[in-house]
Design a protein. Structure first.
Length: 325
């Protein structure tokens, strides 16, 4: 049987890959030509295969280590790797980027140039960046409307008031269209998210909720939001890498985040997919592992990475075609 090298595995489209891994208290290494993670069970070592051909992102949490050989194979297969704390947050690295989006992206001199050339054709013009930011935020709102009204969420116990949701999204779409600058757009983004938190909390009967990131003794919904958002950031970083876009070329979050493009892209699915699952899991009393599994399943079944890649591609190409030289 002919062996398949890690380099050949990149022929599987990232948007069709199924897995995001969060690992803790283990070693990641190459064993018999396969990338595996090793856990200790008494005096025994248990080896678990990581199907790198079908993996987009690996988050390495507390008590993990990775060998040079494993990093080589992960890079060849185009897998995004990030080091993080317990529970998936915060993200760490010796990299020079902003600490909230630190990813070891696979190195390749053969990344596509079509989309980065289209992106930079408008990026240096503030008004064109604003147009691109508005396009992403409108896509975000449409995605929320689509996902929050799906039967899968209703069957899972999340059935928000459709009239109220529609009014919120109509209001934000109008505000996005009228936003005179990026600052106003950021304010509207925050306003909508706060309103969605309130709607979600009331939908599941969670009670009073205030967003508090990584606070000591944070309530379950806040902890799950932090954890789930980093899964979305992993997919955002993967989407940017697949399209060959540097994550510093943000259109919305660039003034506050060095890797702001990852935040821009992750916004497309965070509120649509992660937010409702965080409140559902908090009400059910799920453990983090169960919440993470549900998030990954939701991101996969809703083809979130497909949506992120296609949306950014469309924005890049449409902006490049309409920008004034």
């Amino acid at each position: 049987m002919k062996d398949i090298s890690a380099g050949d595995l990149k022929t599987i489209l990232h948007s069709k890959r199924a897995n995001i891994y969060y690992l803790q208290h283990c070693r990641v290494l190459v064993n018999g030509g396969r990338v595996e993670y090793v856990t200790e069970c008494g005096k025994k070592s248990l080896y678990w295969n990581i199907p790198i051909a079908n993996t987009t992102t690996v988050l390495l949490g507390t008590g993990t280590s990775v060998t040079q050989a494993a990093m080589r194979e992960l890079a060849k297969a185009g897998v995004m790797v990030g080091f993080c704390g317990g529970g998936g947050t915060p993200l760490f690295s010796a990299n020079e980027q902003e600490t909230d989006v630190l990813w070891f992206s696979p190195q390749s001199e053969y990344r596509p140039t079509e989309y980065v050339q289209a992106w930079v054709s408008f990026w240096f013009q503030p008004q064109e960046r604003l147009r691109a930011a508005k396009a992403l935020q409108l896509a975000r709102a449409a995605r929320i409307q689509e996902q929050w009204t799906k039967r899968a969420l209703r069957d899972g116990g999340f059935s928000p008031d459709a009239v109220r949701l529609s009014a919120l999204l109509s209001s934000t779409e109008h505000a996005i269209g009228q936003a005179p600058d990026v600052g106003a757009l950021l304010i509207e983004e925050a306003r909508l998210t706060k309103a969605l938190f309130k709607l979600a909390a009331q939908t599941v009967g969670y009670g009073d909720f205030t967003r508090a990131k990584r606070g000591v003794g944070a309530d379950p919904a806040n902890r799950f939001l932090d954890h789930g958002n980093y899964l979305a950031y992993g997919l955002g970083a993967t989407a940017a890498w697949v399209l060959g876009l540097p994550d510093g070329l943000a259109v919305l979050h660039g003034k506050t985040r060095r890797g702001g493009l990852v935040f821009d892209i992750a916004d497309l699915v965070k509120d649509a997919t992660i937010l409702p699952q965080a409140f559902l899991s908090a009400m059910r009393g799920d453990e983090e592992q169960e919440f993470r599994r549900n998030c990954i399943s939701a991101l996969t079944t809703t083809e979130s990475l497909d949506f992120m890649i296609d949306t950014v591609k469309d924005v890049a190409l449409s902006m490049a075609h309409t920008v004034q030289p």
